[in-house]
Design a protein around this ligand. Structure first.
Ligand code: FAD
Length: 429
């Protein structure tokens, strides 16, 4: 007789939506998976694209995947709302009430699981820096990116209309900060193109990094070249500058320096979201990630699997750590899709093995840089320009094919190519 195994996936991001889309309604031996995906957002956006939505150089409505539609197309259920707690003993998660436009649409409720897949990603880490919470924006979710864009457009256009300068300061010289700085410069180039004279001269973008170079996880050559490109684009780069405090007007540095900014962005550090940090009785890293074995199962609870940014894998004989990147999250999702049934049967399963195919960083439409990883052809090579831009885009296109299949994924790509010719290149309305 077929038994139903209830999988609840919390978080429909890079890893979670892939897992829900591939396991929903699937039969393995005499076990059928019924999958429920819970996410606090109504739609999925490929997170490495959030800086383009924040800057307004991509339109969110054309890039998002509605969870409701995806659930219908791929055989899983979608439960909207924020998961506020996990009851490990009762094997259920608590989902907050859903309110829309001041009305209660759905009450607070519990969703029961046999296996819980935690895929809630990560958030920026302010390391307790005073003033960050009150005065800085983050762009870690679809909602935050849209809200940032609303603020950027209105404040920036208002300043330009009054003939005033406008400044943005971004803390964090990792991929998020670097890509956002370039994207804002691109937006202002487009603003000029659409008729606002001297917009480029009125904008000041400052990128602040506490380490001695940008992109600390990339080889030095990439850091050097990226810095040079950003400076040529007009971005003010400050390395070796740890922010001591944020206030309404900018950031204070410990050496007495001060960076003024009309808009302040915090894009530094990575830590697990509050939900993960609140689950009792499970082992976590100092950054709050769930510690899992090489089968991605929580080391304290066999009914919990954790993937992507919110998980940390223990037990690699070479002590390799898996980075918090979309590439790693995708590989972990593929592993869970292939092996979950075997793991549940407690049969021998091969370990998850992260394959580093390299890292890429895109500087808007201007340039892109990266390195090839330890796998694939041309190991460790340096990439720049069109090839790197195509490599960056391919990660996203591959994700779309995984979610929607080859035919629909390809049609989406073609429609984006047509859209980029016929739609405005920046959101200014
Ligand atoms: C601006 C930016 C640029 C980036 N660029 C790159 C890049 O170029 N290359 C790269 O490899 N990586 C990049 N990254 C990192 C990459 O996006 C992440 O490593 C990746 O998205 C992690 O995938 P994930 O599945 O773990 O989580 P995510 O993709 O973050 O998904 C988490 C999901 O969980 C949901 N969620 C969270 N908490 C709750 C809750 N309590 N209840 C319900 N739902 C919840 C969220 O709404 C979200 O849908 C970038 C990140 C940012 C922010």
């Amino acid at each position: 007789m077929t038994q139903e195994h209830r999988i609840v996936v919390v978080g429909g991001g890079v890893a979670g939506l892939d897992i829900a889309s591939h396991l929903g309604g699937k039969q393995f031996g005499d076990r059928r998976f019924s999958v429920t995906l819970v996410d606090r957002e109504p739609a999925h956006v490929w997170k490495p694209m959030l800086h383009t939505i924040a800057a307004g150089t991509q339109e969110v409505t054309t890039q998002q995947t509605s969870y409701l539609v995806q659930a219908h197309n791929r055989g899983f259920a979608y439960e909207p709302g924020e998961v506020t707690s996990v009851d490990r003993e009762g094997r259920s998660v608590r989902v907050a009430a859903l309110r829309l436009g001041g009305d209660d649409v759905l009450p607070e409720r519990s969703v029961v699981y046999d296996t819980l897949v935690l895929a809630v990603g990560s958030e920026a880490n302010d390391f307790g820096t005073p003033g960050v919470d009150e005065h800085c924006r983050t762009i870690n979710s679809r909602g935050e990116a849209i809200a940032f864009n609303d603020l950027l457009r209105t404040r920036m256009l208002k300043a330009f209309a009054a003939g005033k300068a406008f400044s943005v300061a971004i803390v964090g010289g990792g991929a998020t900060g670097v890509e956002l700085a370039a994207e804002i410069v691109q937006l202002v180039d487009l603003v000029e193109h659409y008729g606002i004279a001297d917009a480029g001269e009125k904008l000041r973008v400052t990128l602040i990094e506490s380490g001695d170079r940008l992109l600390g996880s990339f080889p030095e050559r990439v850091s050097r070249e990226v810095r040079k490109s950003l400076e040529q684009m007009g971005v003010h780069v400050r390395t070796g500058a740890r922010v001591a405090r944020a206030d309404e007007c900018g950031f204070s540095l410990p050496d007495g320096g001060y960076v003024e900014a009309d808009l302040k962005v915090w894009a530094a550090g990575v830590r697990a979201p509050t939900l993960i940090r609140s689950i009792e009785g499970i082992e976590r890293t100092p950054a709050g990630q769930v510690v899992v074995g090489r089968d991605l199962v929580c080391v304290n609870d066999r009914s919990i699997v954790a993937v992507g940014d919110c998980a940390s894998i223990r037990g690699d004989p070479l002590g390799k750590t898996v980075p918090t990147t979309a590439q790693a999250a995708s590989q972990q999702a593929a592993y869970v899709i292939d092996h979950l049934a075997t793991i549940l049967d407690r049969k021998q399963v091969s370990n998850f093995d992260y394959r580093d195919f390299g890292s890429l960083v895109s500087l808007g439409g201007y340039d892109a840089y990266g390195t090839l990883g330890r796998f694939g052809l041309f190991k460790g090579g340096f990439l720049r320009g069109r090839v790197a831009q195509i490599g960056h885009a391919m990660l996203y296109r591959r994700h779309q094919v995984r979610l929607h299949g080859l035919r629909r994924g390809s049609l989406l790509w073609i429609s984006d190519m047509i859209g980029s010719r016929v739609r405005p290149r920046a959101r200014l309305s």
